[in-house]
Design a protein around this ligand. Sequence first.
Ligand SMILES: Nc1nc2c(ncn2[C@@H]2O[C@H](COP(=O)(O)OP(=O)(O)O)[C@@H](O)[C@H]2O)c(=O)[nH]1
Ligand SMILES: [Mg+2]
Length: 402
Amino acid sequence: MAESVHETPMANRLHIGFFGKRNSGKSSLINAFVGQEVSIVSDVAGTTTDPVYKAMEVHPLGACVIIDTAGFDDRGELGEIRVEKTRLAAQKADIAVVVCADGDLEEELKWYRIFYEKHTPVLFVINKADILHNSKEIANQIQKETENMAVVVSAKEKTNIAQVKEALVRLVPEDYDERQITGELVGEDDLVLLVMPQDIQAPKGRLILPQVQTLRELLDKKCLVMSVTTDKMPAALALLKQPPKLIITDSQIFSYVYEKKPASSMLTSFSVLFAAYKGDLPYYVKGAKAIDRLTEDSKVLIAECCTHAPLSEDIGREKLPRMLRKRAGNLAVEIVGGMDFPNDLSGYDLIIQCGACMFHRKYVMSRIHRAMEQNIPMTNYGVAIAHLTGILPKIAFSENEC
Ligand SMILES: Nc1nc2c(ncn2[C@@H]2O[C@H](COP(=O)(O)OP(=O)(O)O)[C@@H](O)[C@H]2O)c(=O)[nH]1
Ligand SMILES: [Mg+2]
């Protein structure tokens, strides 16, 4: 989905997924919930095929992404593909709304257990109260099995929709949105210098998302921020009365900045900050060391989130394979894009994930957990390049990162 710089990035929004059997009224409930027709409602089972991700402001939850999914009881060959996509959507959800409209809860409870294992809060909604006669019994059964209090609604008559919102507010994970990009590295009144090359790879007329988000966070933290292009770094340092506490730069020019920086200034890169913000930095650092064990018989999986960004394409498709092959011989590199990420990772010696600026942490973490479970080293672009160029030991890490 295209992003505008004026809006909260997709990845920072609370993702609320609606799950349930076909025809339980998921799409109708979403429409009632957001007060506008965002989803296609129909009485033909299986109308919502691919999950629909819609960014919107939902009072009082704030910036959300609402995910409408196909029924998890979808059948046939196409149905299986849809269920797989629903599973992917389940990994992205910060909160799962499970919609039921009858007393057969077998599938619903199966999915509940999947969410429970992932620590994803679940809200049960019993829909079609206007025609359902046993909603109380269903609610009791849900409470017995899961200790959850279901909300009984009618999406059609729009009854009890406010209760759904209230219940959701209470389910927002406590640590949601508290993670910081710059962690403990800097605080109020600290001087931070951003050295950002605006070369041909930089998008015309704007900054890339990690730079915008870092800048915003530093301003929110009341840091004193100065931004320069690479060539102006010496002039900026000469003007300053004291050295910056922290310098953040692009990994491509890290060595140059390291050479020029005052001894007392800490240095890090946007990509390493984002590796910690979006993923698991210690696992990435460990994974980067697996690069040293690669041989020409090895197979590396490169996973890219955007299928279109020329900058990451250049790194993922050309730069990284070239650097790896220079070190380990003509090894095999497989590249996947977007949401593609194999379930079975056993054929790979290393996985290298992109910066994931378009994905939110929960989803990136689900990939990392899959790699961990299968004992496959995983790292990301920034950390891999930092390792390959020998700068990793020179980078300042926040205490909550390593
Ligand atoms: N009576 C009644 N019908 C509903 C209600 N919610 C949805 N429906 C109907 O159930 C059918 C399936 O709804 P839809 O939202 O497309 O279900 P989905 O497949 O879960 O997304 C449609 O014919 C809706 O009009 C409700 O609260 N009461
Ligand atoms: Mg639907």
